[in-house]
Design a protein around this ligand. Structure first.
Ligand code: NYM
Ligand code: MG
Length: 207
């Protein structure tokens, strides 16, 4: 039986992930495809509210490990929903996922494998589109906001950690330097189009 595809969009802050996911959702809905967007962190649930406080309130102290596990808990909170959607043939589009979880925490100095461990067993995306700058000088595009992590030097460390996933067979690098929203949209589409009508293989798990 055909299941929905699991598609993740990943990248540093200010690379255009949310813009592209919104465009993609709109396009697919217009085509009558069954698709659902899940954004990590979704800040509306109880765990999400704690994460939001952690990201926006610099006075809110939490050990790096504890913050990391909250982000992972956020994913586990939604795993049943994701699996149900996939089984029903719905394409699930993830705006950030496990890769952000590992990259941001490992960039703080936590062990990379330790960071991945709590996410083992989660459904693994069929394809990950990693929006990235080829030239780090372009990373400041649009300027960062006020949240924790939105600092140039830290983002460079996060990028190095993200790149450790490069080489995995689901990983696709998508360079955004100097490209318009429309140009990036076209590239996103070429990567996603072969997945949108579903897959006959089982969902892989992180292991
Ligand atoms: N982030 C996101 C993490 O540190 N760990 C995670 O597991 C996830 C999903 O949250 N700077 C960080 C990366 C971002 C921040 O995300 C908020 P966004 O997409 O800017 O709302
Ligand atoms: Mg952000």
């Amino acid at each position: 039986m055909t299941r929905g595809a699991l598609v993740a969009i990943e990248g540093l802050d200010r690379t255009g992930k949310s813009t592209q996911t919104e465009i993609l959702i709109k396009t697919l809905k217009q085509q009558g495809k069954a698709i659902e967007l899940i954004k990590f962190p979704d800040r509306t649930t109880q765990i999400g509210q704690l994460i939001n406080k952690y990201l926006t309130d610099k006075e809110f102290r939490l050990s790096d490990q504890s913050a990391h596990l909250l982000f992972s808990a956020k994913r586990w909170e939604l795993v049943e929903k994701i699996n149900n959607l996939l089984t029903q043939g719905v394409t699930v589009l993830l705006d950030r996922y496990v890769y952000s979880g590992v990259a941001y925490s490992a960039a703080k100095g936590l062990d990379f494998q330790w960071c991945l461990n709590p996410d083992l067993g989660l459904p693994k995306p069929d394809v990950v589109l990693f929006l990235k700058f080829k030239d780090d000088g372009n990373m400041k595009r649009g300027g960062f906001g006020e949240e924790r992590y939105e600092v140039d030097e830290f983002q460079k460390k996060v990028k190095v950690m993200f790149e450790r996933f490069d080489g995995d067979n689901n990983w696709r690098n998508l360079y955004v330097d100097g490209k318009s929203i429309e140009e990036v949209r076209e590239e996103v589409w070429t990567h996603v189009v072969k997945y949108i009508d579903g897959l006959d293989t089982n969902v892989q798990l992180f292991k």
